[in-house]
Design a protein around this ligand. Structure first.
Ligand code: NAD
Length: 256
């Protein structure tokens, strides 16, 4: 028995990174997975490997959400879960951030999450789940990522309100707050076809050895296990909460 047997779950931004690992784990746990992304080639290849459905979905576009949900209903007849995972990051001091850049990040991270909830929630089966991907920076500041941090704080607000509004239907809504995770977002060299992934991970672990109490960067597979917990019945009495997964980074600082 898989933990998600027969459940239909949409994962946005699933072509690579954490979303890819969530799609892989959910499929292994018996879910009918919908891989949604703007990276069509990678997304289609993954969906083909998993026997999943691929949909082109730019989360910032209302019409894409409507079309994606229609495609999912046509393929599977309904939907039981959503992981709002797609996101982008830009580095800039707030005083140097162009308005266009600010709005681009808001449009993908914050509006994308809102549109996902608004479009999918009415279609979710009673007892369904939504998992929103926030961040460590949803709960604390981090210089040079102010736009990103603002959108991730906003995702926690959306999560709490959606949890309250959807609880009468037994729909649970929670958020994940990862610290640094070894994907292309924290480690752009992952996109370099000539780079050695194992060597890059070793270098990142070394970088985070002093920053993070558990002494290494997180793995996408670890976040996927949290997403599974929040999507399956193991978390049946949990809703409206942020879950920090950061190797202890937020716990505090060590002075010795
Ligand atoms: P990633 O860059 O590898 O993956 C992001 C995915 O989102 C990609 O597949 C990308 O194509 C997709 N995407 C981007 N814009 C999109 C759009 N408009 N519509 C649909 N898909 C889109 O990075 P990741 O680490 O796997 O990021 C996944 C989530 O985790 C993001 O929300 C990110 O903010 C969050 N997060 C990441 C870290 C980290 O350190 N990597 C830490 C905390 C939170």
């Amino acid at each position: 028995m898989g933990k998600l047997d027969g459940r239909v779950v949409i994962v946005t931004g699933a072509a690579r990174g954490q979303g890819e690992q969530e799609a892989r784990l959910f499929a292994a746990e018996g879910a009918k997975v919908v891989v949604a992304d703007v990276l069509d080639e990678q997304g289609e290849a993954l969906a083909g490997e998993l026997g999943a459905l691929y949909v082109h979905l730019d989360v910032s576009r209302e019409a894409d959400w409507v079309a994606a949900v229609a495609a999912v209903k046509q393929a599977y007849g309904g939907v039981d879960g959503l992981v709002n995972n797609a996101g982008i990051l830009r580095f800039n001091a707030l005083v140097d951030t162009p308005l266009d850049e600010f709005m681009q990040v808001v449009q993908v991270n914050q509006v994308g999450c809102f549109l996902g909830i608004r479009t999918v929630a009415p279609e979710l089966s009673d007892g369904g789940t939504i998992v929103n991907t926030a961040s460590y920076t949803a709960l604390t500041g981090m210089a040079a990522v102010g736009t990103y941090a603002a959108t991730k704080h906003a995702i926690l607000g959306l999560t709490r309100v959606a949890a309250l509004e959807l609880a009468p239907r037994g729909i649970r809504v929670n958020a994940m707050c990862p610290g640094a995770v070894d994907t292309a977002m924290s480690n752009p060299s992952r996109l370099d076809p000539d780079a050695d992934p194992a060597e890059m991970t070793r270098a990142l672990d070394e970088l985070y050895r002093k920053l993070v109490p558990l002494g290494r960067i997180g793995r996408a597979e670890e976040v996927a296990r949290l997403a599974l917990f929040l999507t399956c019945d193991d978390s049946s009495y949990i809703t409206g909460q942020p879950f920090v997964i950061d190797g202890g980074w937020l716990a505090g600082v060590s002075v010795i």
